[in-house]
Structure formats: structure tokens, C-alpha cells
Design a protein around this ligand. Structure first.
Ligand code: GLU
Length: 260
């Protein structure tokens, strides 16, 4: 039987490990874990970080910070980001491929079929697809989302077992933990509506993938009976520890599982 598929979404803040450059150490940490986990699962990575990579190479101080700027930076950074993945994953014998997608590629029709066929073929041959939004032709995730929704669409298309959203925080809290020291982590969500009221977005203009877009992803997964977890990607070994239930995280149980 085919091994179940896990979608791992890594945001820019996880990839930069809280700095302003891509952390090779974090990508190595992920690769090391995948070597172990690939015995039981197949993986698709949904990775941001193209713009963050470009910032390392381009002095863009005199560029105007508009959406077009972010698109151009993504175009500059994407091949360099893939180069970094390639260099590190090659050392762990993990073959990769790049898939640049937009929401429209998941709509019924030719593109959806082609996207599915490509991902399936890559998995069949042991390649790890690395997905990012195609920011040249679409800006949805660039403006808001940081690939949260895109990763849920991938999970549904490929009938994944689970979507793992690596964030810079342990999960969803009953209040904003940056503002309230007594905030409590919600370990399990059975009804997404019940946690919607807990979300209080930071409006610092930096991250584009707050908790709201994570709840959108959770709803898409839940409707398709796919489990989703939010986990702190800043912790070393976060994936193995999270899947094993050994570090705090928030788990969203899909509707159908609730009836069991
Ligand atoms: N697709 C963008 C990137 O890879 C997303 C950037 C972001 O929202 O952080 O850089």
C-alpha cells in the first residue's frame, strides 16, 4: 500500500529562524527529519521564503515596497531558494522538484488534472515536490496567507493524510499570547467556529500568514476529512516531535473523525 502523504508548510519566518536571512540550519533540520520520516510517509513541502532569499542578494533600498516589488523579489529569490534546498537536501539523498502554483490551478479542469498528475508522478518516483505560489502571475498568498490556503488546496488535491503548518508559535491560544501572558494553548480543535473569536491578529505589517489564514486552511482540510496541525517550526526536530505528540501544538480534528 502507498505510504500516506503529509504536506509540510514552512513559512518565511520559520525558514529565516527569526533573522532576515534564510537559515541553512533550519533546512538541514528539516532534511534530517525527513530522512527518518520517509520510512512511513511521503512528503510534499509548501515553502515560502523566495522574497526573504532575494533580500540577501539584492540591495532593494530604493525600490518602492508595493506588490509588484514583492513579485519581482519572489522571481529573483525563488531559483536561489531552490538552489539552497537542492544543496542541502542532496547531502541527505533527498531528491526535490519545484512546483509553482496558484489557486486557479486547483479549479476543476485541465490545470487541476495536470497539477495532480505532476505531483503524483513526482511522489511515485520518490521526489519531494517543493511548492510555492507562482507570484509572477498571482498575488493572493503574497498579500495575505503566506501559502496557508495554498497548502490546504494541495492537501485536498492529493488526498493527504495530514497538513502540518509550521509556524513561529506553538499553535492557537485562547487570547493573543504576545499581549496576554496568561494565554492558554488550545491543544485540540473540534469546531473551528469556536476558536475564531480567539484570533487577534498582530498588525505589524511583517508576516502575511496570521492565524486567520490558518483557520481558512483548517476549514478546507476539515471539509475534506484531512487532519491539520499547527506547530512551532522554530523548535529543532519539530516535525518528528509534533507527529509523535511530544511538543505542544494545536490539532484540528476533521468533521468525520469526530463522529467516530
Ligand atoms: N511566496 C512568497 C515567498 O516565497 C510568500 C512570501 C510571504 O508571504 O512571506 O516569498
Amino acid at each position: 500500500m502507498d505510504k500516506p502523504i503529509i504536506i509540510l508548510k514552512i513559512g518565511s519566518s520559520t525558514l529565516t529562524a527569526g533573522t532576515n536571512i534564510i537559515s541553512r540550519g533550519k533546512i538541514e533540520d528539516i532534511a534530517r527529519q525527513l530522512v527518518e520520516l520517509r520510512r512511513d510517509y511521503r512528503f510534499i513541502i509548501v515553502s515560502s521564503g523566495a522574497i526573504a532569499t532575494a533580500r540577501q542578494f539584492v540591495n532593494a533600498n530604493d525600490w518602492e515596497e508595493v506588490v509588484h516589488f514583492r513579485q519581482a523579489m519572489a522571481a529573483i529569490g525563488q531559483p536561489k531558494l531552490m538552489q539552497i534546498y537542492h544543496e542541502i537536501f542532496r547531502d541527505f539523498d533527498l531528491p526535490i522538484a519545484q512546483c509553482l502554483l496558484t489557486y486557479r490551478d486547483f479549479e476543476e479542469g485541465e490545470s487541476r488534472k495536470n497539477t495532480f498528475n505532476t505531483l503524483r508522478e513526482l511522489l511515485l518516483h520518490g521526489f519531494i515536490p517543493i511548492v510555492n505560489e507562482n507570484d509572477t502571475v498571482a498575488v493572493e498568498e503574497l498579500i495575505v496567507g503566506d501559502n496557508d490556503k495554498l497548502s490546504a488546496l494541495v492537501a485536498v488535491l492529493i488526498e493527504a493524510k495530514m497538513l502540518v503548518l509550521a509556524s513561529d508559535i506553538d499553535g492557537i491560544y485562547d487570547k493573543n499570547p504576545h499581549l496576554h501572558p496568561d494565554a492558554t494553548l488550545i491543544k485540540e480543535v473540534r469546531n473551528i467556529e469556536e476558536v475564531t473569536g480567539f484570533i487577534e491578529e498582530k498588525n505589524d505589517g511583517l508576516g502575511t500568514g496570521g492565524m486567520t489564514s490558518k483557520l481558512v486552511a483548517a476549514q478546507i482540510c476539515s471539509d475534506a476529512n484531512i487532519e491539520m496541525i499547527i506547530i512551532n517550526g522554530g523548535k529543532p526536530h519539530f516535525l518528528i516531535d509534533g507527529l509523535g505528540g511530544n511538543i505542544p501544538h494545536t490539532r484540528f480534528l476533521p468533521e468525520a473523525k469526530l463522529d467516530c
